[in-house]
Design a protein around this ligand. Sequence first.
Ligand SMILES: Cc1cc2nc3c(=O)[nH]c(=O)nc-3n(C[C@H](O)[C@H](O)[C@H](O)COP(=O)(O)OP(=O)(O)OC[C@H]3O[C@@H](n4cnc5c(N)ncnc54)[C@H](O)[C@@H]3O)c2cc1C
Length: 320
Amino acid sequence: MVEIKFPQNLSVNIQYDSELAPFTTFKLGGKAKGIIRCSTPQQLQNVVDHLIKNISDFIVIGGGSNIVVSDAGVNCFVIRYFSDIPFIERQNDDVVVFGSTKLEDLVSFSVDQGLGDLSFASGIPGTVGGAICGNAGAFGKQISEYLRSVSIITRSGELKEFDAEELCFDYRDSILKRTQDIVLSARFSLLPYDKDILTEQRVKVLGERRKKHPDWKKERCAGSFFKNVDCGFPENKRKSAGCFLDEVGAKDLRVNGAYVFEKHANIIMVDDAGKAQDIFDLSSKMDMLVKEKFDFQLEREVRFVGDFLGKPKEINNVIW
Ligand SMILES: Cc1cc2nc3c(=O)[nH]c(=O)nc-3n(C[C@H](O)[C@H](O)[C@H](O)COP(=O)(O)OP(=O)(O)OC[C@H]3O[C@@H](n4cnc5c(N)ncnc54)[C@H](O)[C@@H]3O)c2cc1C
């Protein structure tokens, strides 16, 4: 039952009692109380203020490319901060961008402007906000290395500016995963580069991804499921979780409609019969096999949203 209505003057798109599945790359997930679509910081701020005023719980998603939403859905509102139209501005060698803008749009803008070097992030789905929250990365580089500052709205509705260092970035991690503060916009500090070199680099990265990753526009997945493993190698070089998963035969695993991608043991896919619970169960199995053979626990990169059978009792968060 929906408790609150949104005034017309918020001018945002709201779908009450609506399925989350279309807004995730797994194309899975039950209903939310309402899905509120925002694309600008002002809209987001108005919506957050309204929800806080009405004491209504909410979560934020971007492109939905790093989450598995429960089959039962979530008992709260979901703000989808996402825009098909890029909001990006060059200011000298800095680039200022809304958190709702697709990361791919930011990368292609910076390449076109001869500013580098975000080409490593070519082809990573999702938004700039989602990428900052999870410190997205590839080929040994991470988005936080180029971030200068962010504008944020906190869970209590306060607007704040943070320098990148204040977000406590680590491998696929930032403090935002715990505070659940929302990135309204971000400033990246880039350097002038030869545009042809950047373009060449971007084409190379996209080619590499096509070889190793499923095409998320056609196939249902959320990229690498577990984080690579810190084995204490020099320069924080991590060993791919896929190597450990290969050794326990993960590529042959399946739970109902969830299975492991044949080219990459760290990518879970679903077929037409797939449920979010199947993904949870399959990932638990993968984790358990690695624990049995190598005596350490894999850490998830993909986040679960809502309730799953087997969810640890101590977790009360909607996103975990
Ligand atoms: C085929 C494929 C390949 C991938 N390859 C990579 C890769 O190479 N490297 C990599 O790092 N990831 C990869 N991913 C995972 C995913 O694309 C990234 O993690 C991406 O940055 C998630 O962004 P999103 O907008 O989709 O976030 P969502 O999945 O919508 O949300 C993820 C988290 O971010 C939070 N969030 C979303 N928006 C905001 C915001 N504005 N402010 C604060 N928090 C926010 C959410 O609350 C949630 O906790 C891949 C995924 C797929 C499907």
